[in-house]
Design a binder for this molecule. Structure first.
Ligand SMILES: *Cc1c(COP(=O)(O)O)cnc(C)c1O
Length: 255
């Protein structure tokens, strides 16, 4: 089996898992978006998945991401009449990719993140949020952001403390060049289904509190729960995930 047909099989399998999990939870599968986490995989892998219809890609490491974004932009055609060819259609898909930054953010990297990405899932301090807002180019739409919450309370993991999440989200929502879309979490891996469900439920309850706290603000109510990865997307969808971030199950092991 060649690499592209293996990728197509994995893509179908992940989509089927999302569909089944949504239906099992009584949810419309269209309410769950797949974010393909392409970190450590090259531009050709992104292009192959884009040709299958995937549009949103997540990256953790800034320099790797910027190289990939530029390479893919070069592979996309300049605007003009469509040739109608298969290659033209595949190249056309590359012009419409949506890039999500999901990794830890150092303050000296905020400018290039604000310039190159459509979404940032990993906002964990007001200081970083202010820089992203100040540095978002005026010609681009406001940067869509999620506040990352450390729902497992591990010292090693990023994210704000759960008790600080609502206040931080309210301050982020007030920044002019950001659009607060919701919350993100990476719960610690666990074999205990009750603990796993409790972590995801914590994030959902925090989003409800954020919605109450920002109800009078400008813009649409935050509705995004970015949670669930290759190993736990079913539990996340059962708890209300609206974006699942999937790497390994799509692209294979990062080795
Ligand atoms: C790498 C990564 C993922 C994808 O994890 P998989 O287990 O490979 O699906 C999702 N979210 C974040 C923040 C990541 O860093």
């Amino acid at each position: 089996m060649n690499g592209d047909s293996m990728l197509a099989d994995r893509y179908q399998a992940v989509r089927a898992r999302i569909d089944a999990a949504a239906r099992a939870a009584g949810r419309d599968p269209a309410t769950v978006r797949l974010l393909a986490v392409s970190k450590t995989f090259d531009a050709a892998a992104v292009a192959a998945l884009a040709a299958l219809g995937q549009r949103a890609f997540g990256e953790n490491y800034l320099q790797e991401a910027l190289d990939k974004i530029e390479r893919l932009a070069q592979m996309a055609p300049v605007a003009g009449p469509s040739t109608g060819s298969t290659a033209g259609a595949a190249a056309g898909a590359l012009g419409r990719l949506e890039w999500h930054f999901i990794g830890p953010i150092q303050s000296n990297k905020t400018r290039r993140i604000a310039e190159a990405f459509d979404w940032v899932h990993s906002v964990e301090s007001l200081r970083i949020a202010r820089r992203l807002s100040d540095q978002r180019p005026p010609e681009r739409a406001p940067l869509a952001v999620c506040v990352q919450v450390n729902v497992s309370g591990e010292a090693s993991k990023s994210g704000c403390a759960p008790q600080d999440a609502v206040a931080l989200a309210a301050e982020v929502a007030a920044l002019p060049r950001l659009a607060l879309r919701g919350l993100m979490a990476i719960p610690e891996p666990t074999d205990d289904p009750a603990l796993q469900a409790a972590r995801f439920a914590t994030l959902r309850e925090l989003l409800d509190a954020v919605r109450r706290a920002t109800a009078s603000g400008r813009g649409p109510a935050p509705d995004t729960l970015s949670m669930g990865m290759s190993a736990d997307l079913e539990a996340a969808i059962a708890a209300g995930a609206t974006i699942v971030r999937v790497g390994t199950a799509l692209f294979g092991s990062r080795g």
